[in-house]
Design a protein around this ligand. Structure first.
Ligand code: FUL
Length: 432
C-alpha cells in the first residue's frame, strides 16, 4: 500500500492552524442577503464604523490562528479597489470610495500576528463575461487574483468556492500557476489542485475515520471527501467550515440562530478533535464591527477549550510493534487524552484501542492524525497502552488532562433562518 506524504507547508498548516475564522463581508451585509445577483448598487455598501482591528482583536483572543475574508463573493462586488471592475468599494460611499477592506484587514492582521487568507469566488454574477465570454472572464479573474496575491503580503490560504460554477470551465492550470508563483506556501482550498479539501458539509463536522488522503481530486463533490481513505492518491486534509449563526453574512434578524456554546464545543470535538481544521464564520455586521453577541460566543468557545486543555500531563512513549506504552511521571487521574500522530511519513494509524490498568477505556475509534481528542469518565493510572493497527504508525505525542468533562458533548438541533429545523447528522463513529 502506498501512503502519500504531506508537504512541509501542509504539515505546518495542520500543526499551527487547526482553528481559523471565516469573515463573510460584502454588499450582501447591507442588503439582508446571502447570495445576490451582481446588480445591488455599490451605494449601499457603507459601514459607518468599520474597524478591522476590532475584528482581529476578537479573533485573536479566541485563539484563532488566521482569518479568511470574502474579498469577492458570488455577486462580484470587490472589497478592494481593483483595477478590473467598477463594482467595488471604490464606487461606494465608504471613505468616499478611497477605502480598501482587504488592505485594512491585512494591516491589522500583520500588526497582531494573525494569518490572513482570501476567498475570491470564481463564480461572478456581475460580470456578463462569466457566462458569455469565458476567455475574457478568465483573464479578469487572473488579474483579480494577481492583485490579491501580490498587494497584501503573505497569505496562508486561498479559498476557491465551487458554488455556481458548474457551467463555467476555468483555466485551473493558469490559476494554480498564479497562486504558486506569488504565494507558494498558501493552502489551496478545494478547487484546481487543492492542498486542503472541503469536508462535504457546512455543519463543521468531520468523520471518524478522518483520513487525509483522497483519491478523487479537483472536484468539490468528492465521494471520499468526508472520510478520505488510507491509500488515497493525494494528501489533502479536510477543513470544516460552519457559520456561527444560520447564515454566512451578518443579518439583522437571525441572532436567535446563534449556536450555543455546547453546540460549538460539540463541533470542536468533531473537527479539531478528529484531526481536521475548523473554519468558524464570525462575520462583521453592517457597522463594520463584530457584533458583541457573536464575539462573546466565539470567546466563550476559545476560553472554554483552552481551559480544558491548559494542564497537560505529557507521557513518555515506547513502541513495540503495534503496542505503544505511554508512561506518566506518577499516577494521574484524567478524563481526556490527546494523541498526535507523526505525519511526516504520511498518515498510517487507523483503528486503535486504549487501555489503562488493562481495562479498555477507548474503543471503536479509528484515525489519530494531527490530533485526536478522546473524552471518557475519569481514570487513574501511571501508564496506558495504545494498541494501533499498523506497526509503521508512530505517535508524536500523547497528553492526558483532567478537565471535569467526561464525554464529548452532543450536537443540538439547529434553526434555519426561516425557522425550519436542521438536525445535524452525527458523523459515523465519532463518539469515543
Ligand atoms: C458556499 C457559498 O455559496 C456560501 O455563500 C458560503 O460562501 C459558503 C462558505 O460556501 O459554497
Amino acid at each position: 500500500m502506498t501512503i502519500v506524504r504531506p508537504t512541509e507547508a501542509q504539515l505546518d498548516y495542520q500543526r499551527r492552524r487547526s482553528f481559523g475564522v471565516f469573515a463573510h463581508f460584502g454588499i450582501n451585509t447591507f442588503n439582508g442577503m446571502e447570495w445576490s445577483d451582481g446588480t445591488l448598487s455599490p451605494s449601499t455598501f457603507n459601514p459607518t464604523e468599520l474597524d478591522c482591528r476590532q475584528w482581529v482583536d476578537v479573533y485573536k483572543r479566541s485563539g484563532a490562528s488566521h482569518v479568511i475574508l470574502t474579498a469577492k463573493h458570488h455577486d462580484g462586488f470587490c472589497l478592494w479597489p481593483t483595477a478590473t471592475t467598477d463594482y467595488s468599494v471604490a464606487s461606494s460611499p465608504w471613505k468616499n470610495g478611497a477605502g480598501d477592506v482587504v488592505g485594512e484587514l491585512a494591516a491589522a492582521c500583520r500588526e497582531a500576528g494573525l494569518g490572513l487568507g482570501l476567498y475570491c469566488s470564481p463564480w461572478d454574477r456581475h460580470q456578463a463575461s462569466w457566462k458569455h465570454d469565458h476567455a475574457a472572464y478568465d483573464a479578469l479573474y487572473q488579474a483579480q487574483l494577481t492583485e490579491l496575491l501580490t498587494n497584501y503580503g503573505e497569505l496562508v490560504e486561498v479559498w476557491f468556492d465551487g458554488a455556481g460554477s458548474a457551467e463555467h470551465p476555468y483555466d485551473w492550470d493558469g490559476i494554480m500557476a498564479t497562486v504558486r508563483r506569488y504565494q507558494p506556501d498558501a493552502m489551496i482550498f478545494n478547487m484546481g489542485t487543492p492542498t486542503i479539501r472541503w469536508v462535504g458539509n457546512e455543519d463543521g463536522l468531520a468523520s471518524d475515520p478522518c483520513w487525509y488522503a483522497v483519491t478523487n481530486t479537483g472536484d468539490f463533490r468528492l465521494d471520499d471527501n468526508r472520510t478520505g481513505r488510507k491509500n488515497g492518491k493525494a494528501y489533502m486534509p479536510p477543513e470544516c467550515d460552519v457559520p456561527i449563526r444560520a447564515n454566512w453574512f451578518w443579518q439583522d434578524d437571525d441572532v436567535h440562530t446563534l449556536k450555543s456554546l455546547n453546540h460549538l464545543q460539540a463541533i470542536w470535538y468533531r473537527s479539531i478533535g478528529l484531526g481536521a481544521n475548523l473554519l468558524l464564520n464570525v462575520p462583521p455586521d453592517n457597522r463594520g464591527l463584530i457584533d458583541s453577541q457573536d464575539a462573546g460566543r466565539l470567546l466563550e468557545l476559545g476560553d472554554s477549550m483552552r481551559e480544558r486543555l491548559a494542564n497537560p500531563s505529557t507521557a513518555r512513549l515506547a513502541q513495540r510493534g503495534t503496542t505503544i506504552t505511554a508512561t506518566f511521571d506518577s499516577d494521574i487521574t484524567f478524563d481526556h487524552l490527546v494523541l498526535r500522530e507523526d505525519l511526516s511519513e504520511g498518515q498510517r494509524i487507523g483503528p486503535h484501542i486504549i487501555r489503562a490498568n488493562s481495562d479498555a477505556i477507548v474503543t471503536n475509534v479509528q484515525t489519530v492524525g494531527s490530533q485526536r481528542v478522546h473524552a471518557f469518565p475519569p481514570v487513574t493510572a501511571r501508564s496506558i497502552t495504545v494498541e494501533i493497527d499498523d506497526p509503521t504508525g508512530r505517535l508524536a505525542g500523547l497528553e492526558a488532562y483532567c478537565t471535569g468533562v467526561t464525554a464529548i458533548p452532543s450536537l443540538e438541533i439547529q434553526l434555519h433562518h426561516n425557522e425550519g429545523k436542521i438536525v445535524p447528522q452525527e458523523p459515523a463513529g465519532t463518539a469515543s
